[in-house]
Design a protein around this ligand. Structure first.
Ligand SMILES: CCCCCCCC/C=C\CCCCCCCC(=O)N[C@@H](COP(=O)(O)O)[C@H](O)/C=C/CCCCCCCCCCCCC
Length: 242
């Protein structure tokens, strides 16, 4: 039976995220993530989950639930598997995802858009004064997503120097928003990154050329997700939340 005609929630066959009613009624809703990788790497499953533009744009509950069906757990596990040198990064990511998940459950947000609307309802000044708002937390992860996009584009290009790729991606995205000490610590950590082969292998989608092909499919979705968030935050003047 067509997934759109099924009673109950439609689930992405890739990540099992249950689509919202709005998403289910949308003829564009694919019922599965178009960036579905063929392998089972937690890191890439997460990338895939997070990069389904339909789910994100049309009702994915913020798109970064830490619930197993939400996807972040896998990526964070991947980050943690990189070792102690990356723990200050993974701890920050875990803290931010946990905060967002708490907000999502408390307020029943069904989408990024609904979170922005709700948090702005008290006025922009009140939102700017909140150190724990969902919007400022999403903004930090949104900037990290830009890093991810640039880094994966570099990996796909064939350049074997992962540390250089990572540093360049960082300098073109997150670095401008970090104090000196964080920039130094991040740049040092990047020196400990595994090789390009190891990255492609951990994606677990087969030989390197298949992993590269999968990146070619997934990166456009990352760009879309980034663009959707950027446009939303720009429209509401939230791109410089302190
Ligand atoms: C809406 C977007 C959803 C999806 C986003 C997915 C992005 C996945 C990419 C990377 C995961 C790492 C997440 C790191 C988040 C860093 C956020 C940040 O900028 N935090 C700083 C500011 O926070 P506040 O103090 O204002 O609350 C914080 O000071 C930073 C702490 C740690 C250093 C962060 C360095 C980030 C380097 C990112 C590269 C990750 C390297 C992984 C190697 C595979």
């Amino acid at each position: 039976m067509n997934k759109l005609n099924q009673p109950g929630p439609v689930r992405c066959s890739c990540c099992s995220w249950p689509g919202s009613r709005q998403a289910q009624q949308d003829p564009l809703f694919p019922g599965e993530c178009p960036a579905r990788p063929r392998g089972s790497s937690p890191g890439l499953r997460v990338m895939c989950r997070r990069c389904c533009k339909h789910l994100w744009a049309q009702g994915c509950p913020l798109g970064f639930s830490s619930h197993p069906s939400g996807g972040w757990d896998g990526f964070l596990g991947f980050l943690q598997s990189l070792g102690a040198v990356f723990s200050f990064i993974s701890k920050d990511a875990v803290a931010k995802v946990t905060l967002l998940e708490t907000h999502r459950q408390r307020h029943n947000f069904v989408s990024l858009q609904s979170m922005v609307e709700q948090e702005l309802s008290a006025g922009p000044a009140a939102l700017r004064a909140r150190p724990d708002s969902g919007c400022r937390t999403v903004l930090r992860l949104h900037r990290a997503l830009r890093w991810l996009q640039l880094f994966l584009e570099g990996l796909r290009s064939g350049d074997p120097r992962t540390s250089v790729l990572c540093t360049d991606a960082y300098n073109a995205s997150l670095a401008a928003h970090h104090p000196w000490v964080i920039r130094k610590a991040a740049t040092l950590a990047f020196c400990a990154l595994p090789s390009r082969e190891a990255f492609l292998e951990v994606m677990n989608v087969g030989p390197p050329e298949e992993a590269v092909a999968m990146l070619g499919e997934a990166i456009p979705y990352i760009r879309d997700v980034y663009g959707i968030t950027e446009e939303l935050f720009e429209r509401h003047k939230l791109l410089d939340l302190p």
